[in-house]
Design a protein around this ligand. Structure first.
Ligand SMILES: [Zn+2]
Length: 518
């Protein structure tokens, strides 16, 4: 019964920064429906299941990581070996995930034969290269139209270097979701899909949004050029990630705790906007963010204020620098309990109270409702936008790693009630946390967090009932498999849990500080 401590969260003692994950080679297929209207093409997309580690709840195209055996597949008319391998990867993923075999010669197979070919692959009886050779099928690079190469930004614990290919679905083949990675999927008009994203009805990653927007322009002669018309389609890192209209995540490098390497700064609003948590203490990152904000101002957009979710250095470290860079006139807003301890380092001009609504004019117009959600820190704020269902969770829920609650600023009891408040929000679509990618399956994530805390509490109580009398004893029992280097932090996490167990009347503490079960 061991649990890993929460070690990746920036608290009072910043650890040396980790380095971002190395992107893995991957390929994805933008599958077009055969015979669909060239002015309004239909494309197949699917939603990633709520339990997926990478971008749960996001709509995506079929695809995945390159397999070693992909290099063995023969691909006709490929420019080079590398291209051939990635096309084989795309074709294999398309076949495994949707049952569509984009190989020449596949049209002579019956449905039954196609199913047994797929079984040969998924059961591991044959590699993709072997089955293509065995059934006399040929991959042809001309069937895979290159549509760009995107790299997941460094803020994600998992990163992919993905080649996108536009493929026409072979006649007589009907895609269907075959992988547990997706919980639903189907054909959609590219235009309608793009419009649903614009109405904030669903989440999708930037390359998917770009593909939909491109296809919505029709299957014109310059389709490839339009796909490749943005720098990110050429592996240029994307700094400003628009997960939903009006919600731009701008990850900045911070001295936060591993595995996180960045803190998410958010720019919320279209015409009027706020900047939430400009956390980087590094000048180069502050400059990049300031230039981005200045770009928005030069378009005539209006910055209402800078908002801080909580007091940790990786969330406030660039606030004064951004204000100075913008001429010093911008207000900084935070909760009173954040402003007080920051006095002397950050000047907070305005206190944000629970229930306050910040109206941001624009298209769409956004209403951010402030929620005082202590637990990770006493003055922690979250912001909920009801129309879009977007919740800025600060460090209460994060897209990478887990959350540290330690005594002093932290309180397990407050934390659980803050999560409970999140859970009760109507129309919750997405969680935008302080670190890592957005979460598109909010309720599953919140439930996971709550059960994780309760499980930990149960383990700690069991250790006390089993005779552990000090934080150190408890850590030795509950965190047995964790490196001793982490034990000091684990002890602080245990202390926070003991505070709650004492308050609940389940544990008592004697004058010497020794704990026992009641
Ligand atoms: Zn924090």
């Amino acid at each position: 019964m061991t649990i890993k401590p929460d070690v990746n969260e920036a608290g009072a003692t910043p650890a040396p920064a980790a380095s971002p994950a190395t992107p893995k080679d991957a390929a994805a297929v933008i599958l077009l429906r055969d015979g669909s209207d060239p002015a309004d093409p239909h494309v197949f997309w699917a939603r990633r299941g709520p339990g997926m580690a990478f971008m749960p709840g996001f709509y995506a195209f079929p695809g995945g990581q390159r397999d070693e055996a992909d290099a063995l597949a023969a691909v006709e008319h490929a420019a080079d070996r590398e291209t051939a391998t990635m096309i084989a990867c795309a074709a294999r993923e398309l076949f495994e995930e949707l049952g569509v075999l984009a190989a020449r010669g596949a049209d002579s197979l019956t449905k039954g034969q196609l199913a047994s070919v797929l079984d040969d692959l998924t059961s591991g009886r044959m590699t993709f290269a072997e089955l293509l050779a065995h059934y006399g099928l040929r991959l042809d690079a001309r069937d895979f139209a290159y549509a760009g190469r995107w790299v997941t930004p460094p803020f994600s614990p998992r990163r992919f270097d993905t080649l996108f290919y536009v493929v026409r679905c072979p006649r007589k083949q009907e895609p269907r979701v075959l992988t547990p990675e997706f919980d639903r999927g189907g054909w959609t008009s590219a235009r309608e899909a793009f419009e649903s994203w614009r109405r904030a009805e669903l989440l999708a990653a930037p390359p998917v949004i770009h593909a939909l927007r491109t296809l919505a322009g029709g299957l014109t002669g310059d389709l490839t050029d339009r796909f490749l018309s943005v720098p990110q389609a050429h592996r240029r890192p994307l700094r400003a990630i628009e997960f939903l209209p009006g919600f731009v995540c701008f990850p900045v490098r911070t001295p936060t705790k591993p595995p996180a390497t960045t803190t998410n700064c958010y720019l919320v609003g279209t015409q009027e906007f706020v900047v939430v948590d400009p956390g980087s203490p590094y000048e180069d990152e502050q400059d990049t963010l300031a230039e981005h904000v200045e770009g928005l101002l030069s378009e005539g957009r209006v910055l209402r204020e800078i908002i801080l979710t909580h007091l940790h250095p990786d969330h406030v470290g660039g606030a004064e620098a951004l204000r100075a860079r913008l001429g010093g006139g911008v207000r900084i807003a935070a909760h009173r309990l954040t402003a007080e301890p920051l006095r002397g380092s950050v000047r907070v001009d305005r206190f944000v109270e629970d229930g306050e609504v910040i109206e941001l004019e624009g298209e769409p117009r956004l209403s951010l409702r402030a929620m005082h959600t202590p637990g990770h820190a006493r003055g922690h704020l979250s912001f909920y936008e009801e129309r879009s269902g977007a919740l800025l969770t600060g460090d209460n829920v994060v897209g990478v790693g887990s959350v540290l609650i330690e005594p002093g600023e932290g309180s397990v009891r407050d934390y659980l009630s803050s999560l409970e408040r999140y859970r009760k929000l109507p129309n919750l679509v997405a969680l935008f946390g302080g670190h890592g990618p957005a979460v598109g399956s909010p309720r599953a994530k919140i439930d996971e967090y709550v059960s994780h805390r309760l499980r930990r509490e149960g383990d700690i109580l069991a250790a006390v009932r089993g005779g552990a009398e000090t934080g150190r004893d408890i850590v030795a029992r509950v965190y047995a498999d964790v490196s001793p280097k982490m034990h000091a932090m684990a002890e602080r996490a245990v202390a926070a849990h003991l505070e709650k167990l004492e308050a609940d009347g389940l544990v008592r503490r004697d004058e010497g500080g020794r704990v026992s079960a009641r």
